[in-house]
Design a binder for this molecule. Structure first.
Ligand code: ADP
Length: 183
């Protein structure tokens, strides 16, 4: 029997406008909010999101959520059931060889861990930002390829609606190219 293939779509816009089961946040390790997507999600999600983040810090992540890992909170006032917060790697252009592969693996881990948690929650739809491509300076072309490749490999039922929400035309273009490339 063939497995139903989750559909990957690209949306240009603000991730906080999405109506999905899970919105993924490109968080920082403190889990206390920040700029970019993180700031937008906390603003629109409201105090319930921050309250859950504080509880997670107190119970498990006082030293910070490690890079490549993900945790779940309520989505507060967002049009979603949950927010999955994941910490992308800060891109280090000087790394080569094994060290470069390791930082790429951390970025892939953000997408994989988010999908794993969403699957455990029974989510059918999920919206991702382009993790690490803002303040964390990951080049968009490579970030898009890594995101699309990882999500294609790791997506499982019950997820069937997977969206990348890109904030501007440049990001959208890179994701279009990555999606059009052979898997
Ligand atoms: P990181 O620290 O992981 O780099 P950022 O939030 O700085 O995270 O940026 C990640 C990506 O999200 C960037 O491509 C940025 O342009 C984009 N972005 C910023 N705000 C939003 C938003 N509200 N919705 C979707 N994407 C956003």
């Amino acid at each position: 029997m063939t497995q139903p293939v989750p559909t990957i779509t690209l949306v240009r816009g603000d991730i906080t406008d999405q109506h999905v089961d899970v919105i993924v946040n490109a968080a920082n390790s403190t889990l206390l909010g920040g700029g970019g997507v993180d700031g937008a999600i906390h603003r629109r999600g409201g105090p319930a999101v921050l309250a859950d983040c504080r509880k997670l810090r107190a119970s498990h992540y006082g030293g910070g959520l490690p890079t490549g890992r993900a945790v779940v909170t309520t989505a507060g006032d967002l049009h979603a059931q949950y927010v999955v917060h994941t910490v992308g790697p800060v891109h280090q252009p000087q790394l080569t060889g094994e060290a470069d592969r390791a930082q790429t693996e951390l970025l892939a881990s953000c997408y994989r861990e988010s999908l794993r948690l969403a699957g455990e929650l029974g989510a059918r739809s999920i919206a991702f930002p382009a993790i690490s491509t803002g303040v964390y300076r990951w080049p968009l072309s490579d970030g898009a390829r890594s995101a699309v490749r990882t999500v294609r490999e790791a997506a499982r039922e019950p997820l069937f609606d997977i969206r990348f929400v890109l904030f501007d035309d440049a990001a959208l273009g890179h994701f279009e190219q990555a999606l059009a490339a052979a898997p």
